[in-house]
Unconditional design. Structure first.
Length: 235
């Protein structure tokens, strides 16, 4: 059974949540799925840094003014495959503050629901749970994956499990980054040698991201030995 909406929730800042979300979206789109990535990490705006082109309106404006979702989506170039579209947050501090209200968080949930009507999968780039929009992302998603790097799992992951339990999310998957093996992880993701999108050029990255998708959204992606990978996959 596949999952329509998945929140990647960082257990701490800087653990690779945005990169993981983008790599997962790219691999899914490369396999023919239509994927939307919605940004709940308003403070860092990391998704905006990795999104080329104009961002107007951004995710915060979408939640405050509620124009149609499609007006804020920025399409990534995934040739001959599914659609990959992102809605990053890029806003001045004043608007960021207003976008963190409970009312704006409810609008975020409505935009997630709107995305599910047009896309096969909706991925939510979510910061550590501590603001209303992060709570909205974690509670509205069909599934939650806690993301943490290998150096910080002992403290950060249990703390995030506790926070998720406090908001009624009792079941989550753990993805550990920057390692090839971890005893507490459902899936692990090594440090990538290639720049984003690594899944289009690196068979190890493709294999790791495929394992994450199998554990989190229930999509099984066949992995070959990498021969001709650069030619077969869109860059």
């Amino acid at each position: 059974m596949t999952t329509d909406t998945l929140a990647f929730v960082g257990a701490a800042g800087g653990v690779g949540t945005t990169r993981l979300t983008l790599e997962c979206g790219t691999l899914l789109a490369g396999e023919g799925h239509d994927v939307a990535i919605l940004d709940a990490a308003y403070a860092t705006q990391g998704l905006a840094d990795r999104t080329p082109g104009r961002i107007d309106p951004d995710m915060t404006a979408l939640c405050l003014e509620e124009p149609p979702l499609e007006t804020a989506l920025v399409d990534r170039d995934i040739e001959g495959a599914g659609r990959l579209a992102a809605c990053p947050a890029r806003a001045p501090f004043e608007r960021l503050a207003r976008a963190k209200t409970p009312e704006a968080a409810e609008a975020f949930e409505r935009k997630v629901d709107e995305a599910t009507r047009s896309f096969d999968h909706v991925l939510l780039d979510t910061p550590p749970v501590g603001a209303n929009q992060a709570i909205a992302a974690a509670t509205t998603a069909d599934a939650v994956a806690v993301v943490c790097d290998a150096a910080r799992t002992e403290d950060a992951v249990p703390r995030m499990w506790d926070r998720l339990a406090d908001i009624g999310v009792d079941d989550s998957t753990t993805v550990v980054t920057r390692t090839k093996d971890h005893p507490d992880a459902a899936a692990t993701v090594p440090t990538f040698d290639a720049e984003y999108p690594a899944v289009t050029v690196d068979v190890e990255a493709r294999s790791a991201i495929a394992a994450v998708l199998e554990e989190t959204v229930g999509v099984d992606i066949e992995i070959d030995d990498g021969d001709g990978l650069r030619e077969r996959l869109p860059i």
